[in-house]
Design a protein around this ligand. Sequence first.
Ligand code: ZN
Length: 448
Amino acid sequence: MAGAESTGEPSLLFEHIDLIDEDMAWRRDAFVGVRGDRISYVGTGEPADADAYDGRYDGRGRQLMPALYDAHAHAPMTLLRGYAENLPLQSWLNDRVFPFEARITDQDARWATDLAIAEMVRYGCVSFSDMYYCDDARCESVRDAHVKCNVSRGLTAFGETDYRKIKEYAANEHLFSDWDGAAQGRIKADMCIHAEYTNNEPVCRAVAERTRELGAIMHVHVSETASEVAGCRERHQGRSPVEFLADCGVFDSPTVAAHCVWVDEADMDILQEHGVTVACNPASNMKLASGFAPVPRMLERGMRVALGTDGPASNNAHDMFRDMYLLATVYKGSSKDPSVVTPAQALRAATRAGALAQGRDDCGLVREGFKADLCVLDTSGPSMWPVTDMLANLVYSSTGAEVVLTMCDGVVVYRDGEWPTIDVERAKAGTQAATERIRAELAQGGAR
Ligand SMILES: [Zn+2]
């Protein structure tokens, strides 16, 4: 090894690669160094210590960008992909999803989360905010796959008004004591209220208080459908879900509010005052016919908008590039204004905004000193030519299939059709067997 000394940490130098820089601008022929779990160099010339890198990656014809952060997911719902189709949200949820979910075991959830992560990293995503249950299985999957997750447990309280008597109370305490900060900080525990319509006021207030005590992030579904908002106004003295949750103190902690499709100016005032991140889910909102969130207005106001895939039962994919394309196109259609949601805004929503929403302040940008969460696209194919505006190509032309390498904290988790950290064939077989078993059980109609 000539020139400079190795630090002993694994290191890789991407050379002659085009780059989406920290201002979401396109730069040609750059060099990006990775040492250990961090970005050690970003520049247009070779670093002075170039010889000290273990490996080199020839980036010609390729594009390096920050990895993607999915701000709202339900990874084990991969089991339900293709199971409950073409239904509106309430019957989709009550008649199909809930009975299926009652039969999911920890092992089922493990296969499904492995499979979900394999799909995510295939399309450049390394971190997701996941609301579900089977917490140990999900955390083990995240740890072993070497990705990141803000894990939260969907809390529902229909009759019980004492949070400490609900099973999620003990589960949350276990999640925080055993998993928060695990896997070198790649796993973070979040608190969660599933939604206003699946909870009551005393429980929401108690969960909000416990979230403040823990200094945790809150993850909650908010105003996904028009009927949810109308029902909330009936249940809670004319208040919208945003007003109700704010009154309960839910937004006094850093919050990721999924959907926010049916929010008005007063709601957006509250969300903005509290610095709430809206996790927009364009595919899910269209597929379940929930509607179109006022994303252009949110961006105009300077609200933080991140991007989520939601679950594979309502999307039906964990491909953030698909949702990024939809984010940048459907709200032009719904607002009848082609100037709204620029490619840079869509890219930022899918990267930096998601990282910040997850409390990962040193993630989501290609910047020296930041965590090495990166993806590389092979942009030599016909759909990415000619190059007039690479940002436009990445958002409007890419399908995510161009991703050839995904790295999380300096570790390659996907490269050229291979998943070094996940046994994908085992995850596929396990998920297929689990979903067939559950469908057979449901067909027999036996109670569980
Ligand atoms: Zn959701």
